[in-house]
Ligand binder design. Structure first.
Ligand SMILES: Cc1cc2nc3c(=O)[nH]c(=O)nc-3n(C[C@H](O)[C@H](O)[C@H](O)COP(=O)(O)OP(=O)(O)OC[C@H]3O[C@@H](n4cnc5c(N)ncnc54)[C@H](O)[C@@H]3O)c2cc1C
Length: 391
């Protein structure tokens, strides 16, 4: 493996960083980390950055030019995720660009590609993912939301949960059961659902950190045109798994972790009593730094393999597992270094880093669940990566 970036890739990184820094408000990433950005400002900046990236054909950089992309290589796309996460760019995770668009390219008709993809690349449509249900998360094939064909339409009934960004999405990428009599993996189909369809409603959920990005989505006799079926009826499970399998480097966990650890190191240097009070935190910080270095190698291995013409598989699970667990270890290290003061709310003279590490600690709990829990990642690595038998 050779992880040296080419001069072109280095140039792309420098151009992109300069582009984003010029468009993000001053002290953006620090303010975001310290919890100083109100939701309306966050939304406005997200929209402005999305438009700016789209104008430069960088929003869906990896897509072909005729679809609004810039034909960027897989390595460049990973670099883009890396830079966006390091700078805490709002909207860095974009379901439409990262997995819905690629799924429509793979499984949709020419008319569906022309209809949906340029609008995603121009930043006009924002998608959310509607897979999980109260009784179907890790065991996604158990999903019960129904789509029943009625002439030129499908009628949707059921509910989804944990849908990221559903409250702001224009479209949902839905997995629903079209044939309840078929074996459970074979009766599922995927649909494009405009979120303003009558009968579709969104109810926000409040997470541990007080955020409301996650939602429940309900379908009550919601009718969508039959042409919104993506791919063949009954093939949805295979489309979903292939989309989930699409290699994602997972580099954003390491980029965000690096920015957070740099803040912790700066705090420890500024206030020497912190280390005096928690001497072991020095070793913890050093360990986290080494783990970040390892993590970057693990993450960039995924696009590297793809660039070599190979199909990464369990390598993406290794990156996801390692990155999400490291996110939690970095949060723990911050709590250990800052001690009780890490939990004091901003505004108090005893608060350290605006209570940001306490927020990171609570937010990090979700990291090992979102996108499939750690146990599921370990199962995939054990079976597909190492060839171990199922227990
Ligand atoms: C921040 C966040 C964002 C999310 N965004 C979305 C989204 O946009 N769209 C969407 O559809 N979903 C989303 N999800 C849902 C996510 O995909 C599910 O939470 C996840 O797949 C786990 O499903 P579950 O919550 O039903 O937990 P369960 O499947 O009930 O699992 C609970 C626990 O049981 C154990 N377990 C389950 N299965 C196994 C197994 N096979 N082997 C060993 N142990 C096992 C694990 O410990 C697991 O943590 C999001 C979740 C989070 C936290």
């Amino acid at each position: 493996m050779d992880f040296t970036f080419t001069p072109d890739e280095e140039r792309f990184r420098a151009d992109l960083r300069a582009f984003l820094q010029a468009r993000l408000p001053e002290r953006w990433s620090d303010r975001a980390f310290l919890g100083e950005v109100p939701p309306d400002e966050h939304e406005a900046v997200e929209l402005a950055i999305r438009r700016a990236l789209a104008d430069r054909h960088w929003l869906a950089a990896g897509w072909p030019e005729d679809l609004g992309g810039a034909n960027a290589s897989v390595m460049q796309q990973a670099i883009q995720q890396d830079e966006a996460a390091y700078l805490a760019m709002p909207g860095a995770v974009n379901a439409g660009v990262q997995w819905v668009g690629p799924a429509i390219q793979m499984f949709g008709s020419a008319a569906q590609r022309d209809l949906y993809l340029p609008r995603i690349a121009r930043g006009e449509d924002v998608w959310c993912t509607l897979y999980s249900e109260p009784g179907a998360g890790s065991d996604l094939a158990a999903l019960q939301t129904r789509a029943v064909r009625d002439g030129d339409e499908y009628i949707l009934n059921g509910s989804k949960i944990w849908a990221s960004g559903a409250g702001r999405a224009t479209h949902g990428w839905l997995a629903a059961r079209t044939d309840p009599a078929a074996p459970k993996h074979r009766g599922i189909s995927t649909f494009a659902v405009p979120m303003d369809t009558p009968g579709v409603s969104v109810r926000p959920l409040v997470d541990l950190d007080g955020g409301t990005d996650l939602s429940e989505v309900f379908f009550e006799d919601a009718r969508i045109p039959a042409r919104n079926l993506i791919g063949a009826e009954g093939r949805g499970w295979y489309q979903v798994t292939e989309t989930l399998d699409r290699a994602r480097s997972g580099v954003e966990a390491f980029a965000e972790g690096k920015a957070n650890l740099e803040r912790l190191v700066a705090a420890a240097k500024d206030e020497s009593s912190l280390i005096a009070k928690s001497p072991n935190a020095r070793y913890e910080i050093a360990d986290r730094w080494i783990e970040l270095e390892v993590g970057y190698q693990v993450a960039y291995r995924v696009p590297y393999l793809e660039a070599q013409g190979e199909t990464p598989n369990h390598e993406a699970n290794v990156s996801k597992l390692y990155g999400s667990e490291l996110t939690q270890r970095i949060a723990n290290t911050g709590m250990h270094l800052l001690g009780m003061a890490s939990q004091v709310a901003p505004g108090s003279p005893y608060a350290r880093l605006g209570g940001a590490f306490a927020r990171l600690y609570t937010r990090a709990a979700a990291a090992t669940i979102a996108g499939g829990p750690s146990e599921v990642q370990r199962n995939v690595i054990a079976q597909r990566g190492l060839g171990l038998p199922r227990s």
